[in-house]
Design a protein around this ligand. Structure first.
Ligand code: CAA
Length: 258
């Protein structure tokens, strides 16, 4: 499908989705979110795709929801149209792994979009923030919820109440991102992480993603039971036999997603 606000490339089993509204620092408007939801849905359906990398430009992953698009809307407008909900739900539904590769600004909805991904790799120039408070609103796509779970109450309150930005070093120290790399190495690092994931059995990759995500939704006792049952169920797969045989035979496993 032809897109105007994103660019999609598929390379070696990895779908690279690049946000592409350079004049607005990739601000998220309805068209971009709708195109992104479609592209993510296509990646889920495409058997050649085993991992997704979501990125922006060097200057901005995304500087938030599009303020110009929202500024004239009333409560009734955003409530009745349920602004962003359908597309965001579609983006969050992907069962294949999705990595955010963040350089520059990841603010407001941009930070929230990165946090919706399975993990974030960022460049040393990345800046994360929830500056919605400066606009007379609050975060609307997870900035008070996911950020709090990532970095704890004190930092999440600080960012949501003062609107200050967090740099890459603080983001890594606080658990918001998994890796920080020099800006010129960002895409190489993200693509190589995606390739590594693409080599695994898709069954265990999707099971691991589901199990980690479950830890955010349930008690430890229930989460541990869920994990154990999923672990047990993977013994019904051919890939479990292959993975363990390959270890014993000291060779590379050839997974077939069966
Ligand atoms: N919406 C719409 N346009 C935006 C935008 C946004 N969120 N962020 C940047 N732009 C536009 C600017 O208006 C500007 O366009 P023009 O040249 O046509 O004026 C262009 O992108 C470049 O931006 P700047 O000139 O401001 O660039 P800068 O380098 O001086 O500053 C910045 C960069 C600090 C990121 C600044 O642009 C900024 O503060 N942006 C807004 C950040 C923000 O408040 N995000 C939260 C949005 S609300 C939200 O996201 C709600 C939610 O949770 C769902």
């Amino acid at each position: 499908m032809a897109y105007e606000t994103i660019i999609v490339e598929i390379e070696d089993h990895v779908a690279l989705i690049k946000l592409n509204r350079p004049d607005a620092l990739n601000a998220l408007n309805e068209q971009l979110l709708s195109e992104l939801a479609t592209a993510v849905g296509e990646a889920q359906q495409n058997d050649k795709v085993r991992c997704v990398v979501l990125t922006g430009s060097e200057k901005a992953f995304a500087a938030g929801a599009d303020i110009k698009m929202m500024s004239e809307k009333s409560f009734v407008d955003v409530f009745t149209e349920d602004l962003f909900t359908a597309d965001i739900d579609a983006i969050q539904r992907i069962r294949k792994p999705i990595i955010a590769a963040v350089s520059g600004y990841a603010l407001g909805g941009g930070c929230e979009l990165a946090m919706m991904c399975d993990f974030i790799i960022c460049s040393d120039t990345a800046k994360f923030g929830q500056p919605e408070i400066n606009l007379g609103v609050i975060a609307g796509l997870g900035g008070t919820q996911r950020l709090t779970r990532f970095v704890g109450k004190s930092k999440a309150m600080d960012m949501n109440l003062t609107g200050r930005f967090m740099d890459a070093e603080e983001a890594e120290r606080s658990g918001l991102v998994s890796r920080v790399v020099p800006v010129k190495k960002l895409m190489e690092e993200a693509m190589s992480a995606a390739q590594k994931i693409a080599e695994k059995s898709m069954i265990s990759v999707m099971a691991a993603k589901e199990s980690v995500n479950r830890s955010y939704e349930t008690t430890l006792r229930e989460g541990l039971l869920f994990e154990r049952r999923v672990f047990h169920s993977l013994f019904a797969s051919e890939d479990q036999k292959e993975g363990m045989a390959a270890f014993t035979e000291k060779r590379q496993a050839q997974f077939r997603d069966k």
